[in-house]
Every structure is written in structure tokens, then in C-alpha cells.
Design a protein around this ligand. Structure first.
Ligand code: NDP
Length: 290
């Protein structure tokens, strides 16, 4: 059976990896990118270069977008909006849930079907089985194109609301960026003491591989709205994170990240949670100071 043809618009590192994955699996691919030269290597591998956006849209029913954000989508597609009718847009560009919903409504106004996606892996993992992408939008549209989309990554369909894939993506990014920045702070303090990031790697890895235990333990309690101080108390947390702040300051390293955590912990104590678990901070987070 011949493989479904697909158009890919947007050839940053991610779009390029996606085109390569489609080509590797024998899918005919038409490409368009604002900076046309980024298509050169892919054309050499067999992709077809569209001269215009309208030509790229006309080439195939299935159109994958891999752009910086939704502003880029509008910048590219608005001038060619007449060519959108009958297309299936799969927007794998990240943005907020609200913008994803607005994008789906905009596409529908122009007669296009629309799926939102949030890719959870970096470009080198595109085309590998362990990778995954959140999708949302009409189930029938997702199911009609799931096999083709599986060429890129595993698929995790989150529901009909087009905002859901963006929401799940942003939730994972919330955790990812704050965690990875904490990692950067840790290795910078270590470096100030002559310990390299690679020397510390067994220990940073150890903290991370211990996380599933904590996520499981605390998720159940958070979901139940229970924050007993039987295992940890927020007052202990304040003392602990202040030691981290002081260790950072003593090493001459910017302490603003642990200091922000310390400030939040102190807010929790001030709100009466000293003897509760640190998870009681969800109550503080729900009521941000005006
Ligand atoms: P880039 O920002 O490097 O690529 C952006 C693409 O958007 C390029 O094709 C660029 O065109 C185009 N673009 C940006 N602004 C405009 C504009 N105003 N008009 C026309 N084209 C525009 O992103 P990536 O390839 O790294 O990622 C693509 C998407 O995938 C992003 O939403 C990102 O968040 C998401 N993602 C990326 C991951 C990664 O590790 N890279 C991991 C998971 C998700 P030009 O080449 O002309 O500049």
C-alpha cells in the first residue's frame, strides 16, 4: 500500500526531523519554510519543495505545522487562507491552551479540520518508538490520521477539546523547565566547589530517579486534599531550603531560585501550615497575592 503523502510547514530542528522521519518511512513529503534554504538537504533526500504556502497546502490533505508558536502560523497561513478548505491541519507548534482553541476555531472558519499537538521529545527522538506527542481535537480526525502521525512519535490522544494537547504540553513544560533550571543551579553551585556536572551526575540522577516515589506518594494525598505533617513539615522545609540558599550565597552563586522557593515556604508558614506537609502549599498557590 502506498504511504500517505503529507505536507510539512516549518523546518526548524523539529520540522526537519519530522520530514526526515516521514521520508525514512516512505511517505511523499512536500515542504515549505519561510527561510527556503532550510529545505535544501530535505529536497536532496526526496522531499518536494513548494514554491508558495498555497502550493504546499494544495499538495496534500494532511498538513503538519511545526512552528515557533501560533503567531507564526497566522503569519504563514493567513495570506493563503483560501487554500485551507478541505485540509487537515495538525499543529505541532506549542502555545497556550487558549491560543490552541482559537486556532482551531480559526481553521474551522476557513473550512479546515484541526488537531492540536504537543511533542514531548527533542528532535533526535522523532521517529523513535519511546517518544510521545499529545493530541486533541475531533476524535474521528485523529483516528483517520493516527497511523501517519505515529511515524513521528507515539500518540497520546487527550480528548476533543483542542486546548487539551496544549494544556498537557504546558503542564509537562512547567515541570520540565523549573526542574531543569533547578538542575542548572545545582551544578553551578557544585562547579563553584570544583565539582563538575559530570562528576555530580550520579547524584543528580539519583535525585531524579527517586522522584516517582514522591510523585506517587504525594499525588494521592494532594488529590484527596490531605496534607498531614506525618512525614514532612513545612517548618522543616523552610529550614532546609534556607540552608540551600545560604550554601548558594556562600559559593557566590545567584540564590534567586531557591530563595523564591524559600519565600513560598515562608508564605505557607505565615498562612498557618507550619505543621502541615509542604504539599499544603497548593493552598497558597491557589490564592496568589494580588
Ligand atoms: P524553531 O523556533 O527553531 O523553528 C521555528 C520554525 O518556525 C521555523 O521554520 C521558522 O522559520 C518558523 N517561524 C517562526 N516565526 C515565523 C514567522 N513569523 N513567520 C514564518 N515562519 C516563522 O522551533 P523548533 O523547530 O525547535 O520547534 C518547533 C515547535 O516544536 C515549537 O513550537 C517548539 O516549542 C516545539 N518543540 C520543540 C522541541 C525542541 O526540542 N526543539 C521539543 C518539543 C516541542 P525560519 O526557518 O524561516 O526562521
Amino acid at each position: 500500500m502506498s504511504k500517505r503523502a503529507v505536507t510539512v510547514i516549518g523546518l526548524g530542528p523539529m520540522g526537519q526531523a519530522m520530514v526526515a522521519a516521514f521520508l525514512d518511512q516512505g511517505h511523499p513529503v512536500t515542504v515549505w519554510n519561510r527561510t527556503a534554504s532550510k529545505a535544501d538537504a530535505l529536497v536532496a533526500r526526496g522531499a518536494t519543495r513548494a514554491a508558495t504556502v498555497a502550493e504546499a497546502l494544495a499538495a496534500n490533505e494532511l498538513v503538519v505545522l511545526s512552528l515557533t508558536d501560533y503567531d507564526a502560523m497566522y503569519a504563514i497561513l493567513e495570506p493563503a487562507a483560501d487554500a485551507l478548505a478541505g485540509r487537515v491541519l495538525v499543529n505541532l507548534s506549542s502555545d497556550t491552551p487558549e491560543r490552541a482553541r482559537a486556532g482551531a476555531a480559526w481553521a474551522a472558519e476557513h473550512g479546515a479540520q484541526y488537531l492540536t499537538g504537543g511533542v514531548q521529545v527533542p528532535p533526535p527522538l522523532i521517529g523513535t518508538p519511546e517518544s510521545s506527542t499529545f493530541y486533541s481535537g475531533p476524535r474521528a480526525v485523529f483516528e483517520a490520521h493516527q497511523d501517519t502521525l505515529r511515524v513521528l512519535t507515539g500518540t497520546d490522544y487527550r480528548g476533543e477539546d483542542p486546548g487539551l494537547a496544549a494544556l498537557y504540553y504546558q503542564l509537562t513544560m512547567d515541570l520540565f523547565w523549573t526542574t531543569m533550571t533547578a538542575f542548572l543551579h545545582t551544578v553551578t553551585v557544585a562547579a563553584a566547589h570544583g565539582i563538575s556536572a559530570t562528576d555530580l551526575a550520579p547524584y543528580t540522577t539519583n535525585v531524579m530517579t527517586g522522584m516517582p516515589y514522591f510523585i506517587d506518594f504525594y499525588s494521592k494525598r494532594i488529590a484527596a486534599g490531605e496534607h498531614p505533617g506525618d512525614v514532612d513539615k513545612l517548618a522543616m522545609g523552610v529550614a532546609s531550603i534556607e540552608h540551600v540558599v545560604h550554601t548558594s550565597e556562600a559559593a557566590g552563586i545567584d540564590p534567586s531560585l531557591p530563595a523564591a522557593v524559600a519565600a513560598l515556604f515562608r508564605q505557607g508558614v505565615a498562612a498557618g501550615h507550619a505543621d502541615d506537609s509542604f504539599t499544603s502549599l497548593v493552598e497558597v498557590l491557589r490564592k496568589p497575592a494580588a
